[in-house]
Design a protein around this ligand. Structure first.
Ligand code: PRE
Length: 283
């Protein structure tokens, strides 16, 4: 993989670039981004070695697409139009069904591998990129059988070299499960943040009284609306289902409070403590 093109030089693409370059110093990383300031930053901090434009990707051995999912749906067919017969295109989108659909009949579909690295932070842009972001993290690969075997192998080598685990899934299941585990968490954090901002009008009180509990629970409310709005739009049906479940649990909790049923509240919390085993057990 000599020539790697990043489409989107932010946290996700940038973190891939840093560790791939570390493992393969001879690789040249080119950057393409709608945001000129981001391109300049990425160049200045060494995430990319050169700026490029879309027409250049005919020279790419690998293209990593990490831009908002609405932009991915629009741009992926054009990227595949331009990729060479031996070039590999991977994306990092948080939704998979709409993205896979956008290229399902493309003549170069076999050059594309649908990926979702389950890694990130609430920060964005090239300066948020970090080495080691992907170590021990899972990369969900969808519709793997639609990608040329040789290119699957190349991608696998690349991802495992930077410490990732691979899990295969179909795109529909991916979107259903990720709505619960990732998308709902973001809505919950955004609306928790909103509730506190709306009701606690004194910013000094929020600052002084926000311990690590509030800070860690609301962390995701610092995430980029430009990234998350199209995710919610593309995964609307699944996200609404998760919201219905969540709202019903919140209402249940409220009802138990109104009924002074604190023994049941205790039970609900004790049962939910099981999340600790689930999250520790798998790691
Ligand atoms: O940890 C975070 O800050 C993230 O938002 C990472 C996170 C998530 O876990 O929900 C967010 C979106 C990506 O699609 C994958 C991972």
């Amino acid at each position: 993989m000599k020539n790697i093109y990043l489409i989107g030089v932010g946290l996700i693409g940038g973190s891939f670039a840093i560790d791939i370059k570390k493992n393969n110093p001879e690789t040249v990383i080119y950057g393409i981004d709608a945001n000129e300031d981001h391109l300049d930053e990425a160049l200045a901090i060494g995430i990319i070695q050169e700026k490029a434009v879309l027409d250049d990707i005919e020279k790419a051995d690998l293209v990593i697409v990490s831009i908002p999912v609405d932009a991915t749906v629009k741009l992926l067919p054009t990227i595949l139009d331009k990729i060479s017969d031996t070039g590999l295109v991977v994306d990092a989108g948080s939704t998979k069904e709409a993205i896979c659909k956008a290229v399902e009949h493309h003549p170069k579909r076999r050059n594309y591998l649908a990926c979702h690295p389950i890694a990130g932070t609430e920060n964005s842009g090239p300066t948020a990129a970090i080495s080691g972001l992907y170590v021990g993290k899972t990369n969900i690969i969808c519709e793997v059988e639609k990608t040329t075997f040789k290119l699957q192998e190349k991608a696998l080598k690349l991802f495992t070299e930077i410490g990732m685990r691979i899990r295969y899934m179909d795109a529909v299941s991916h979107d259903k499960h990720i709505a619960y585990v990732s998308h709902l968490s973001h809505i919950s954090a955004f609306m928790l943040g909103k509730t506190v901002i709306d009701k606690e009008r004194n910013e000094r009180d929020i600052f002084d009284m926000a311990g690590s509990g509030f800070r860690s629970t609301v962390r995701l409310a610092k995430s980029s609306p430009a990234m998350w709005t199209p995710i919610f739009e593309q995964n609307k049906e699944n996200v609404i289902e998760t919201l219905e479940e969540y709202i019903s649990n919140l209402q249940h909790f409220k009802k138990l409070m109104e009924q002074d049923n604190f023994s049941e509240i205790f039970n609900e919390m004790e049962n939910t403590n099981y999340i600790k085993q689930i999250l520790n057990g798998i790691n």
